[in-house]
Design a protein around this ligand. Structure first.
Ligand code: FES
Length: 511
């Protein structure tokens, strides 16, 4: 501290460290969002690293600014440090650095509350960190005291090179995604950290050709769908489902069960149910290779969130979304699958999964065991994130033993949920279209929205598929659907108007 130049050294060092950290943070975010790291491993703590690098960058920038003020030679005032063009010393170059600081601050601050912000706004702001990186490079090249030094030039070339290549890769891969026949609407496998919420549901359909149909278990057909005319399909993430629009007028949702990295086809598996209302029955009896089908989606309400350890529990055909999740995980990720079914011959993909992951799968076939699966023993010793799909009895049993914050369920059939509040008329205001109307007590909000010409589509109309999702601007919905946890819907401010009502008697919807 006796060295009069100490603040000068510190301001130079902190600036360089901030530049390095920022470049690493952007690079890391791009590696995560493009899934380049999938084959290596990207457990949750590495995803957090992206955030930590951003936070540390901001700290270093703050240190750089403080030490600029403390340095006896430059003697920057507070205004000169915080207000663009307030200094006489290289005003444009200094201002670029100040603007970069504000962008960084905004990116970091909004990331802390990203769940409370509109997705597009947060994402757009997050991408502005590329601009900040460019401003920092200009600022460093223009104001840096060490610009003439050989090591500074080497460092600058490396940092600018890394940033340029990373951003180019992100732009190219982003363009590929957007160039598919329909925009991406799904979210989060080992999901890119910035894609933890699905984009608004898309209504368009695409024509697909049935490429192959093959039996994979008793009464279960594996079906591969190819885009008509070829090309790449939209990016999707594990847990996503598509909707088949069948020629008999029915719409049915099926989970994607292939590898999310494969963009040339969709794989689904269809169980012929005894209670079929004409969906699975038609598929099993009438669908043949070469036929075309209208398909919408993918949509996702069962997203695989980043974690260090997973426990998957699948019952019967509930293996389909789970299989997609397993396919997406890095090879060294810790996970275990408990797969239950009536008999081994009724369990789709069982042989394939056992062959590939013999040490990670526990099979419970009812015809080989007395009694039922001991869900308590399975779940009580585990601290893993639990993903469960299957019969309602299995899911409610698992949910009764696993804390809600670690529990993830996907339902195929609607829960029986009666409103504790008597059905009453609801005053609905549609903010974007500026329409208001009253929904009668015996009418669904979805029906009223459709009647009033609002751009919304329902599919199952039972609160299962999630197609009719709409954002709530004001009012408290009574959730009567089976799509996600009610807390999750409230957190995301969404509702499913095909079955849900409103506690307040008033709703303002973002439609
Ligand atoms: S239409 Fe399926 S959840 Fe509303």
């Amino acid at each position: 501290m006796n060295d009069p130049h100490i603040w000068w050294y510190l301001t130079r060092a902190s600036a360089l460290i901030a530049w390095v950290l920022m470049t690493m943070s952007v690079l890391w975010g791009i590696l995560l969002s493009t899934r380049v790291m999938r084959r290596i491993d990207n457990p949750a703590w590495l995803q957090d690293l992206h955030r930590y690098l951003g936070g540390l960058t901001l700290l270093m920038v703050a240190l750089h600014m403080v030490t600029l003020m403390l340095d006896g030679w430059l003697q920057f005032s507070l205004a000169e440090t915080l207000v663009p063009f307030a200094t006489d010393f290289k005003p444009l170059a200094v201002s670029l650095g100040i603007i970069a600081f504000y962008i960084l601050f905004a990116v970091q601050a909004t990331s802390l509350v990203m769940n409370k912000l509109p997705r597009k706004f947060w994402k757009g702001l997050h991408y502005s960190s590329y601009v900040a990186l460019l401003l920092v490079a200009l600022h460093a090249g223009w104001t840096g005291t060490d610009v003439g030094a050989w090591w500074y030039r080497v460092l600058a070339i490396v940092l600018i090179g890394v940033a340029t290549i990373s951003v180019s890769v992100r732009i190219i891969t982003g363009t590929k995604t957007g160039g598919a026949s329909k925009p991406d609407s799904a979210k989060s496998s080992t999901p890119p950290a910035e894609e933890l919420r699905p984009a608004p549901l898309q209504r368009e359909t695409r024509t697909m050709v049935v490429g192959s149909i093959s039996p994979v278990a008793d009464d279960v057909l594996a079906i591969r769908l190819l885009p008509l005319g070829g090309g790449q399909l939209p990016v999707w993430h594990p847990g996503a489902h598509i909707t088949l629009h069948l020629p008999n007028g029915l719409e049915r949702q099926y989970s994607l069960c292939g590898d999310p990295a494969e963009r040339t086809h969709f794989d689904i598996a269809v169980l012929k149910t005894v209670t079929s209302e004409g969906g699975s029955e038609w598929i099993h009896s009438s669908l043949t290779p070469g036929m075309t089908l209208e398909v919408s989606g993918p949509h996702n309400h069962f997203e695989l969130e980043p974690a260090n350890e997973y426990l998957f529990i699948a019952g019967g055909i509930g293996i389909t979304p789970i299989k997609g999740m397993i396919e997406s995980l890095p090879e060294r990720r810790k996970w275990k699958l408990v797969y239950a079914g009536r008999s081994r011959t009724s369990m789709a993909f069982l042989d394939e999964l056992l062959e590939r992951y013999p040490d990670r799968i526990e099979v419970f076939a009812s015809d080989e065991n007395e009694g039922t699966l001991d869900v308590y023993a399975l779940t009580s010793a585990s601290k893993a994130e639990v993903y469960c799909c299957g019969p309602e009895s299995l899911m409610s049993s698992v949910a009764s033993f696993v804390p809600a914050e670690r529990m993830h369920l996907e339902r195929f059939i609607a829960l029986s949920r009666d409103s504790i509040i008597p059905a009453a008329p609801i005053e609905v205001t549609c903010k974007k279209s500026r329409k208001s109307f009253v929904v009668d007590s015996d009418e669904s909000i979805l029906e009223a929205l459709e009647e009033n010409g609002l751009p919304i589509i329902g599919s199952c109309k039972k609160g299962v598929c999630g197609t009719c999702e709409v954002r709530v601007v004001e009012g408290k919905p009574i959730h009567l659907d089976s799509v996600m946890d009610d807390e999750e819907k409230d957190r995301l401010k969404v509702m499913y108007p095909c079955v849900s009502r409103a506690e307040s008697g008033k709703l303002v919807l973002d439609i």
